[in-house]
Ligand binder design. Sequence first.
Ligand code: PLP
Length: 402
Amino acid sequence: MKINFHKLTKKYGTPLYVYNANKIEDKYKLMKKSFSYIKNFKINYACKANTNISILKFLKKLGSGLDTVSIQEVEIGLKAGFKPKEIIYTPNGVSLEEIKKAIKAGVLINLDNLSLLEQIGNEKTNYPIGIRITPHIMGGGNKKISVGHIDSKFGISYYQLPHIKKIIKNTGLKIEGIHMHTGSDIIDMGVFFQIAERLLNVANLFKTLKYIDFGSGFKVPYKQSDSKTDLDLLAFFLKKKLSIFFEKNSSKKIKLFFEPGKFLMSESGFFLVKVNVIKQTTSTVFACVDSGFNHFIRPMFYDSYHQIDNISNPLGKLRFYTVVGYICESDTFCVNRPINEIREGDILCFRNAGAYCFSMSSHYNSRYKPAEVLLYKKKDFLIRKRENMQDLLNNMFEIEFN
Ligand SMILES: *Cc1c(COP(=O)(O)O)cnc(C)c1O
């Protein structure tokens, strides 16, 4: 589908997030198909990637469940129409009170902390719980997004299984799920294979399982030459291992969960900005756009690469630009990159803007958050309006000083 970005920026202004529902659907179906050999295979969209309620509703329509990490995400999920048992809650470092709220909401819960496991067990609620295990495998694109290694704050160590068993014995806690999530942008098939092995080893220790949660970490391409997680290959790679386990346990109807965020959303999204001004210094040509890390922080936070196209001058001569924002802080989107000649007023389009972009945005410098548009069946739908001054002032109280 060719998207008319200019029409959209004329209609909605800039900066603007645009998501293509067709792409989300393609990715969902691709994953579903790759693992169709597992009868009870289920995808739970990791909604921290993008929590717009219309995106959640679209994924619900496709048949997805929801992976959440906060009670607020649980609540948005319920509002979007997911049933409690279609929502899985995998928090880290939250309070007992928050977990009790999730129990009250009736969602699936993965705990990743022995202390909480014990406390919930002692409540004697009989509420079944999943456990998040750290496999002690280094996987992930970089240290910031690798969460399964020995220094990680996530999960209960694989080597603490004997302790988990003691807690279960002492409290009568019922374990219904095993979960692992080892990071983001994993390209090494061997890592997934090791994770599967550890996951199934642990799963074999529990008799009351209803689900095994493989987590996520699937890599998407950020540029043409980039590698990605080849799902068909991964499915093929894991087939024997998974098939043996699920056949052996077929009477128990154990479900296999994946919880992708980036895989489903990243490539569906585009971020459109306008070039305010070109600034030539002694060493650099800066293109300064009407956004910054307040709207799009991944390049600064993760050093992530996002392709930037000048859609106002696609045939222009390639010249070298450092694209920066308008925030009073270093907010560099790319350094010295060849882009079709940029003129003041041109519209630039950032790729891979569907995941961890809007959801990480802030009000820094008292700028409004951008609008969001969803493209579906050749129509564009405004799914979040641009903010105004009232939105910034909403929760502030004005004190009068005499
Ligand atoms: C963030 C997260 C995911 C999604 O990771 P992606 O790399 O976006 O696919 C899945 N599961 C849990 C528990 C997470 O915290």
